[in-house]
Design a protein around this ligand. Sequence first.
Ligand SMILES: Cc1cc2nc3c(=O)[nH]c(=O)nc-3n(C[C@H](O)[C@H](O)[C@H](O)COP(=O)(O)OP(=O)(O)OC[C@H]3O[C@@H](n4cnc5c(N)ncnc54)[C@H](O)[C@@H]3O)c2cc1C
Length: 409
Amino acid sequence: MKNFDVIIVGAGPAGIACALSLIRTKLSVLIVEKELFPRDKICGDALSADVINQIRTFFPEIYPEFIKLRSAAPSYGIKFSSPNDDSLEIGFSKHMDAAPGYICKRIDFDNFLFQKLTDLAPDRFTIQEGFKIDEITHTDDFVSIKGEGETYTAKIIVGCDGMKSLVKKTFQGSTIEKKHYCAGIRAYMKGVDNISNGNFIELHFISDVLPGYFWIFPLPDNTANVGLGLLSNEISERKLNLKEIFNEIINFHPEISQRFKNAEMIDNIKGFGLPLGSKKRKLSGHRYLLTGDAAGLIDPFTGEGIGNALRSGRFAADHIQKCFVKNDFSGKFNLEYDQYVYQKMWRELRISRGIQKLLNYPFLFNYVIKKAQKNPSLKKLLTSMLDDVDIKEELLSIKFYVKLLFNKY
Ligand SMILES: Cc1cc2nc3c(=O)[nH]c(=O)nc-3n(C[C@H](O)[C@H](O)[C@H](O)COP(=O)(O)OP(=O)(O)OC[C@H]3O[C@@H](n4cnc5c(N)ncnc54)[C@H](O)[C@@H]3O)c2cc1C
C-alpha cells in the first residue's frame, strides 16, 4: 500500500489542469489514467478562445509549445447557419501572438497535455497510464483505490474521469437526466469543400437537429471533424437515429451536401455523451471533488466542455490546498468548492441554457441572423457576445427582440 496526499483519477483536460496546478505545492500526487496515451476522446476537437486563454494565463510553461503544434489548425471565427439556411460569419477577437481558437484532434491535444505533465511533474508525482481501477473505497480518514494488484490511499480524491465517472458513481451513484444530457457523434472526413480561409468553425442549426446542431470543424491537411449533437430526451422522444440524420445531411441537405460531393470518411462515425451544465449538481462530498464532465459542466448551447474542464481542474487544485491548510476534508468544507465553481460558472451556463431553449423557436434564430447579415452594428454586438456574458444575456431579453423589430441596433 502506498500513501499519497491526492489521487487524481483521469488525465483528460480536467485531470491535467488539476495536476499541473498542484506542481507548485508540496503535495504528493498520484494520477491514474485507464488508457495509454496517445488515446482518442470523441469530441468536436474545437479549442475555444477560453481554452487558449486559460493555457496562456495559467500554464505559461506549455503555451509557447502549444501554439506551435502542427496538428492544431488555427481558427479565426464562427459561422452560424440558421434553420432557413441564412448564414452569419463572426470573427473572434484577435490576439497578438496566436490565433484566438484552434481545432486539434483530442488524440493529439490530450497527448500533448499528458506529455507536458510527464515532463514537468516533480518526483512527488506518480503517473500511471493504463491503470484499471477495480474499486474505490473510503473511510472517515482516507480514500483508497485498488487496481493492477496495488492499493493506493490518499487524503482526498479528485474525479476527473469524464462522463462515466467511477468516482461520481462510487460516491453518488449514477443517474442520467436525459434533458440535461446530449448525445453527439463525430466523423473525421477528408475533402470537404468550401472551408473558409480562417478555418471558421461552422455550426449549422438545421431544423431536424434542433435544439442541437450539425458541425464542420476544419482540421489540418484538408480534413475536418464533422458531427452533430442533440439533447438525449429529444432523441428518445422523437426516436431519432443520429447516424441516419448525419448521412441524410451530408448526402441530401440542399446546401451542405454540395460540399461533401468529393469528401470521404477517414474514420467510422463514433458517438459519446455530453453531461450539460444546465442544472446545478453536487460536486463534492467527504474526501472527494468532481471536475469537468464528471461534474457535468458542458456549455448547454455550444457543447463546449474543455474550457470548464480546465477551469474546474484548476479550482479543485486551489480548494485541495485549502483542505490541507485547514486539515479539513469534510463534505461541509468541500461545499466551498461547489459554491466557488458555480459562483464562477453558473451565470454563463444559465444563459447558455436559455439560448439553448430559444432554439425551440427557430423563427427567432432566422430573424436574428437575417437582420445581422445586413446590419453591421448588430453583427458587432453578436461578436461581442462571444466574449462578454453581459451582452450575451441580452439575447434572452424581450427588449433585445423589440429593439431588433424597430431597427434600433
Ligand atoms: C461528440 C462530442 C463533441 C464535443 N465537442 C467539443 C468541442 O468541440 N469543444 C469542447 O470544448 N468540448 C467538446 N465536447 C466536450 C468535451 O469533450 C468534454 O467536455 C471534455 O473532454 C471534458 O474533459 P474531462 O477532462 O472532464 O473528461 P475527459 O476528456 O472525458 O477525460 C477523462 C479521462 O479520464 C479517464 N478515465 C475515465 N474513467 C477512468 C477510470 N475509471 N480510471 C482512470 N481513468 C479514467 C479517461 O480515459 C479520460 O482520459 C464534446 C463532447 C462530445 C461527446
